[in-house]
Write a protein that binds this ligand. Structure first.
Ligand code: AMP
Ligand code: ZN
Length: 114
């Protein structure tokens, strides 16, 4: 989508350091980190939220989890613990309407979230 920030990052129209990229996803640091490690895992294909996925399109969620585990190991937060968060729509705090998962770690995280 032409006016979507994450599509622009995927298409390299907005310059962002990618910490990982493959055929289906990009990963980069959140601009407003909420933990010592705060990465965003973003599918290349634009969908507003996970409600837009159908049938085999849900395979991307499995792939995102696989990449999250790789990133948790790379950033050395796998052993202590980390959180994978996906906000859907306004009441969950979604502000960018292109599916993304937050990978958070490097500090004690609180539960329940606000
Ligand atoms: P959400 O609120 O779940 O939609 O998450 C959107 C996230 O994108 C927020 O944590 C923002 O800090 C982050 N963000 C917004 N713009 C950028 C950007 N240009 N580069 C990296 N992260 C961004
Ligand atoms: Zn998009």
């Amino acid at each position: 989508m032409s006016d979507c920030l994450f599509c622009k990052i995927v298409n390299k129209e907005v310059d962002t350091d990618l910490v990982y990229e493959d055929k289906r996803v990009v990963v980069f640091e959140d601009i407003n980190p909420q933990a010592p490690v705060h990465l965003l895992i973003v599918p290349k294909e634009h969908k507003e939220n996970i409600m837009e996925l159908e049938n085999e399109e849900f395979d991307i969620i499995s792939h995102i989890h696989e990449v999250a585990v790789k990133m948790a190991e790379k950033y050395e937060i796998a052993k202590d613990g980390f959180r994978l968060v996906n906000n859907n729509r306004e009441k969950a705090g979604q502000s960018i309407f292109h599916i993304h998962y937050h990978l958070l770690g490097g500090r004690q995280l609180q539960w329940p979230p606000g």
